[in-house]
Design a protein around this ligand. Structure first.
Ligand code: S3P
Length: 393
């Protein structure tokens, strides 16, 4: 059996809420969030918490801490320090928090003592589960009532954990109504393996014509649009042994493909559902027939790196014959046969998903690549290289 890491998004939410969970294979983001949450809960002073590379850890913990009314500073690595934090500081400040940012936008995040409003309405203009969860956690620790309107759905792990722990939360169409005054129960959360990590191995199966089953993978409907994309590309996807534990669905996943992959077009409401898989879709597109287009994905420019620009510059190195059109919110990839088999150096800027997407691409025809920073995969998938070596190389 392939041992995949536990779902990073769910584990980080558990870490912040102080809920125990299965920790068999966990990456650096989960570790830094666990450490920061523990340090915060054990200190009465204004301390500095280091969230490393983790946007989820930093944004969710800021909401959680702001709601407690206590003071704290949150910092991160170079990548995290160049990602926008005004998207959480602004709504938290309008809820009554006192948060200051570097250059009005970036970490370190300085949280001063404050008291949040008891009743708040918020419309999520950016479809971001991190912003939504930050606000929900602020409502929880400040024991406030919040009504969130989501224009485009984003991953709902926070809502599910709160439901699982008996919170007063109602979801109706695109509204979430949560009353933080009711205490939540501390429970053990059985976390499935991470769909976003499994995605690399599903792609590896397709590129190497293997059909290895991935077991107990999280198949939360807000996370699995990548499976539809694989089907649109011509793959056959099957889900077996479906079940649900700790309010999160899971299944064993198998994919195979008896034809050439086809290009796809992805835009609109589907984007948040597969946002973390887009670099991988971009590398798969290099081996498809026809054009692949991604639009409405400007958020990719604010991830661990500017994933649009970095993905495209590496694709150009991987196969200089590829035609690429870059847009502010996406790209077109029009593949061509690669005549050169000379080794390529992949620039990651420390972004785990860029490193893993190109490693998977290199499995096709055993292309030689050098990843400038292999260690960055530990952010989310510490046993990635070990699994590739054992099952796919
Ligand atoms: C995450 C939400 C997504 C995703 C990130 C994890 C989460 O970010 O890209 O890897 O755990 O809530 P946004 O919600 O900001 O798009």
């Amino acid at each position: 059996m392939i041992e995949l890491p536990v779902d990073k998004s769910i584990a980080q939410r558990c870490a912040i809420l102080g809920l125990d969970f299965n920790k068999d294979t966990i990456g650096e983001d989960i570790k830094s969030t666990l450490k920061a949450a523990k340090e915060f809960s054990e200190s009465d002073e204004k301390i500095v918490l280091d969230l490393g590379n983790s946007g989820t850890g930093m944004r969710l913990l800021t909401g959680y801490i702001a709601g407690t009314g206590k003071e704290c500073i949150l910092k991160g690595d170079t990548s995290l320090s160049s990602r926008p934090m005004d998207r959480i500081a602004d709504p938290l400040n309008s809820m009554g928090a006192k948060i200051r940012l570097r250059a009005d936008r970036y970490a370190p995040i300085d949280i001063s003592k404050s008291s949040l409003k008891g009743n708040f309405e918020f419309t999520l203009n950016i479809p971001s589960a991190q912003i939504k969860s930050c606000m929900l956690l602020a409502a929880l620790t400040s024991q406030s009532k919040i009504e969130i309107t989501e224009i485009i759905p984003s991953r709902d792990h926070t809502e599910r954990i709160l439901e699982e722990c008996g919170a007063d939360i109602t979801r109706k169409e695109n509204k979430i109504i949560f009353d933080g005054r009711k205490k939540i129960q501390k429970k053990f959360i059985d976390i499935p393996t991470d769909f976003s990590s499994a995605a690399y191995l599903l792609a590896a199966n397709l590129l190497t014509n293997k059909s290895i089953i991935l077991e107990n993978v999280g198949v939360n409907p807000t996370r699995i649009a990548f499976l539809n994309t694989l089907e649109e590309m011509g793959a056959i996807v099957s889900l077996k042994n479906k079940s649900s534990k700790s309010n999160e669905p899971r299944a064993d996943i198998m994919v195979n493909c008896e034809q050439e992959l086809k290009g796809v077009e992805i835009y609109g409401d589907k984007i948040p559902n597969l946002i973390d898989e887009i670099p991988l879709i971009g590398t798969l597109a290099m081996f498809a027939t026809g054009k692949t287009t991604i639009r409405d994905a400007k958020e990719l420019r604010h991830k661990e790196s500017d994933r649009i620009s970095l993905l495209l510059s590496n694709i150009k190195k991987f196969n200089p014959n590829t035609t690429i059109n870059e847009y502010d919110d996406g790209f077109d990839i029009i593949p061509e046969l690669n005549e050169s088999n000379s080794p390529v150096e992949i620039e990651t800027k420390g972004d785990h998903r860029i490193a893993m997407s190109f490693m998977i691409a290199s499995l096709k025809d055993k292309k030689k690549i050098y990843i400038d920073d292999k260690r960055c995969v530990e952010t989310s998938f510490p046993n990635f290289f070990e699994l590739l070596k054992k099952w796919y190389q």
